[in-house]
Design a protein around this ligand. Structure first.
Ligand SMILES: Cc1ncc(COP(=O)(O)O)c(C=O)c1O
Length: 460
């Protein structure tokens, strides 16, 4: 295994080759299809690793490259990567204590740590999930079951009560689409999500929220949850959490915070103040595979009161029988999955090895790099900044150019393997987007990215 691991690591060595190779989709397909998935007789592992190196890793996207700036897609830290090897080799399964005795304690320990940093009471705990989407779906599932429980209905047993027709969830118009997906999956329907307008930064407008709430009340509709966003996907905006927490409290509604993006701010003395009100949430989504530099998959849903997970619990004869010895926790009772990876290990290994001071410095640096990019864009004649930089993203347009010009530049740079650049729409306007996830990137790199884009636009 040591030999194979070394060989696999060497096959990743493409330093200086740019954010991706310039192979076309057809060339990539041909290279991959040349590998027979399951030959009758196995091929030597060294050969297989070399083949994957040549056909796959050489043509993958490289999040560590400073020109890889499209998405919330991080380069990963070494403690996490090497811990992945032990996670896979030891193969603990997080559904039941008898498949993961020490690992269960690690996941619980990490959840307590997160609860502490969020500012939750000691009743808090959580569960690892496969991503922000899964965490949001889980949080809003609890919200729905909680609303039903208030009416004396066990929604897992008897389904949605008639009253559910009037249930509504509130989120901003910049909230992640997983909120709508959750509503759809929960049987409430996408239309049950009422979106509230945002300000120029992309944060929910409280005056608009109050008007929406008044209208819903007048229409006889019941708000069962407010889902705030701490760090929107495109603008990094943080909704006014304290104000939203108060509205949710006044309504008796569940307060969920999707902190998939800015949740990492709980680690930084300089940034955590921006999350004031987070400690009033009922549930919080934190994505480790974003600004915690973890390999996919790693996310968590943290709840202020661990007993809320009882709303989800399904007993089974073989797994979570309820007659275990004292202290044996079966985490399956908190999860929408059954078998589950021990991803908590890589997060703990990373945080212990990096330490909070350096972790916070990496984060603070990326926020300041985005602010630098925003000021460089604002000062440039080639570009127009479309919103202030709130976290690690920066969105901009190019005056005098059509949306199709932005599309061409982004797609040409991607096809050539020169830059993996983001493209989105902000308040109805086509935009280019930088997402800074790499703490090794410099202001000089930002200047270089901007000059490449400006030159491309001029040459159209
Ligand atoms: C604010 C927000 N929430 C949730 C998600 C979904 O996260 P995941 O891709 O891990 O499911 C994203 C993804 O970018 C996001 O930006």
């Amino acid at each position: 295994m040591t030999h194979a691991a070394e060989r696999a690591v060497l096959s990743l060595d493409h330093d200086g080759d740019g954010p991706r190779s310039d192979l076309t989709p057809a060339q990539l397909r041909a290279g991959v299809r040349a590998l027979q998935v399951c030959p009758d007789e196995g091929v030597a592992l060294d050969t297989v690793l070399d083949e994957l190196g040549a056909a796959v890793w050489a043509h993958g996207v490289r999040p560590l490259d400073v020109s890889c700036v499209a998405h919330l897609h991080p380069p990963t830290v070494v403690p996490a990567v090497v811990t992945e090897l032990t996670i896979a080799s030891s193969n603990q399964s997080m559904d039941s204590w008898d498949q993961a005795p020490a690992a269960t304690e690690v996941e619980l320990h990490l959840m307590d740590f997160l609860g502490g940093r969020i500012g939750f009471p000691s009743s808090a705990s959580g569960i690892m999930t496969s991503g922000g989407t899964a965490s949001n779906v889980l949080g809003l599932t609890l919200a729905r079951s909680w609303a039903a429980a208030q009416l004396g209905v066990d929604v897992l047993k008897t389904g949605l009560p008639d009253e559910a027709r009037s249930w509504r969830l509130i989120a901003s118009d910049q909230a992640h689409f997983s909120v709508q997906r959750a509503a759809a999956q929960l049987g409430l329907g996408r239309d049950a999500v009422i979106t509230v307008a945002t300000d120029e930064r992309g944060a929910m407008d409280v005056t608009a929220l109050d008007a929406t709430l008044a209208q819903l009340r007048e229409d006889g509709l019941v708000v069962i949850a407010i889902s705030a966003t701490a760090g929107t996907t495109d603008l990094g905006a943080i909704d006014p959490l304290a104000a939203l927490a108060q509205r949710a409290h006044d309504l008796g509604a569940w307060f969920h915070v999707d902190a998939a993006v800015a949740g990492a701010f709980i680690m930084s003395d300089a940034l955590r103040g921006r999350l004031a009100g987070l400690e009033r949430a009922d549930s919080v989504t934190i994505d480790f595979h974003k600004l915690w530099w973890q390999p996919f998959n790693a996310s968590a849903l943290v709840v202020r009161d661990v007993e809320r997970f009882d709303l989800l619990r399904v007993r089974s004869n073989y797994l979570d029988r309820g007659d275990e010895r004292d202290g044996m926790v079966n985490l399956v009772g908190r999860s929408l999955d059954t078998s589950r990876r021990f991803d908590a290990a890589k997060v703990v290994a990373s945080l212990r090895a990096i330490g909070r001071t350096t972790f916070a410095a990496m984060l603070d640096y990326l926020v300041s790099l985005s602010a630098y990019a925003a000021s460089a864009i604002a000062a440039s004649e080639d570009f127009e900044l479309l919103a202030p930089a709130s976290a690690v993203t920066c969105v901009f347009d190019a005056p005098g150019h059509e949306p199709d010009d932005l599309r061409r530049v982004q797609q040409d740079l991607l096809a050539e393997g020169a830059m993996v650049l983001g493209r989105t729409e902000i308040h109805g306007r086509a935009a280019l987007k930088f997402t800074f996830m790499n703490p090794l990137a410099t202001e000089g790199d930002v200047d270089q990215l901007l000059s490449v884009i400006a030159a491309r636009l001029r040459s159209l």
